[in-house]
Design a protein around this ligand. Structure first.
Ligand code: COA
Length: 266
């Protein structure tokens, strides 16, 4: 398991905590793998019936570690889960594969910041709960890159094309009420109530008929267009964008704590 991924199993519920608070839970390659491995381990463990993923302090996750993006922009492109396991890059496809092949219910308890993949991974969960303190964003455009994690398909499906365009093209933060309106968060709780409420919901699911739960979940994840193909296309374009001068300017601006200047690009 990864250094920054904590796992606890109790009463049929696996709780996975993303735990790198000093970097707002920004995800490194090892953290994606740790999260993916934890989710996969629950599928073969008869004691576990439900998985809950959450964060710590003020963060669910502030997205991909931006310093990993910088090093990826210098390395050859690899996009499939098999390839991602053997590379030193952030293995996002591996996590998405683990989320999408999970048979048991996946719940997210979004305690705070959910930026980039912190928001887009939520489209792969069955139930999403958030604190009224949580903030979401899909700021790919601000980094000179494009949507990932199947979100170019799943966001318009959840909320409609125009709403998805608003969130993707402006890349601004939005709150839990907007996320509920957009259809990918089920319910809001206060910060203090979030985990107790989500644990109650997880325990309720853990007591239900397990094979019926698994089959119900599986029946609902047959997407019309091929999600795998969409994710592959996104990853290829994302990797190409990472190599552009505009993306390099955006990453540089983040590290220098200034606004990116895109005026010289066309
Ligand atoms: N990758 C790497 N480091 C990150 C990070 C990320 N995605 N998000 C936050 N951090 C780091 C900061 O660099 C800072 O590190 P430092 O203390 O060593 O300087 C630390 O986490 C705290 O972040 P800070 O920016 O000081 O906190 P804040 O409350 O002012 O702002 C955010 C929080 C999340 C709004 C801001 O950090 C941010 O915009 N992060 C980038 C989010 C992003 O674009 N993610 C990728 C999407 S594709």
């Amino acid at each position: 398991m990864s250094q920054y991924i904590d796992v606890e199993n109790q009463d049929g519920v696996q709780t996975i905590r993303i735990n790198r608070p000093d970097k707002k839970n920004a995800m490194t390659g090892g953290m994606y793998t740790g999260l993916a491995d934890a989710i996969r381990s629950a599928q073969s463990d008869k004691q576990i019936r439900v998985t809950v993923v959450t964060g710590v302090k003020d963060s669910f996750t502030a997205g991909n570690d931006i310093s990993d993006f910088v090093s990826q922009s210098e390395t050859p492109v690899k996009t499939s889960p098999e390839k991602s396991k053997s590379r030193g890059l952030a293995p996002v496809p591996d996590l998405l594969d683990a989320l999408d092949s999970a048979d048991k219910p996946l719940l997210a308890a979004v305690n705070g910041l959910a930026i980039g993949i912190g928001t887009t991974m939520l489209f792969h969960f069955d139930l999403v709960y958030a604190s009224d303190y949580a903030r979401f964003a899909m700021p790919f455009i601000n980094l000179g890159v494009v949507p990932e994690a199947g979100s170019s398909l799943l966001a318009p499906l959840a909320m409609g094309r125009q709403k998805a365009c608003e969130l993707f093209l402006f890349g601004e933060q939005f709150n839990t009420s907007t996320a509920i309106e957009c259809g990918f968060v089920n319910q809001a709780f206060s910060v203090d109530e979030l985990m107790p409420e989500v644990k109650q919901k997880a325990l309720k699911l853990a007591a239900k008929a397990p094979s019926a739960i698994r089959r119900t979940k599986n029946l609902m994840r047959r997407f019309g267009p091929d999600l795998g193909e969409v994710m592959k296309a996104e990853m290829e374009i994302f990797a190409e964008q990472l190599r552009t001068a505009e993306s390099k300017e955006a990453m540089q601006a983040f590290s220098e704590r200034r606004e990116a200047d895109f005026s010289k690009f066309h």
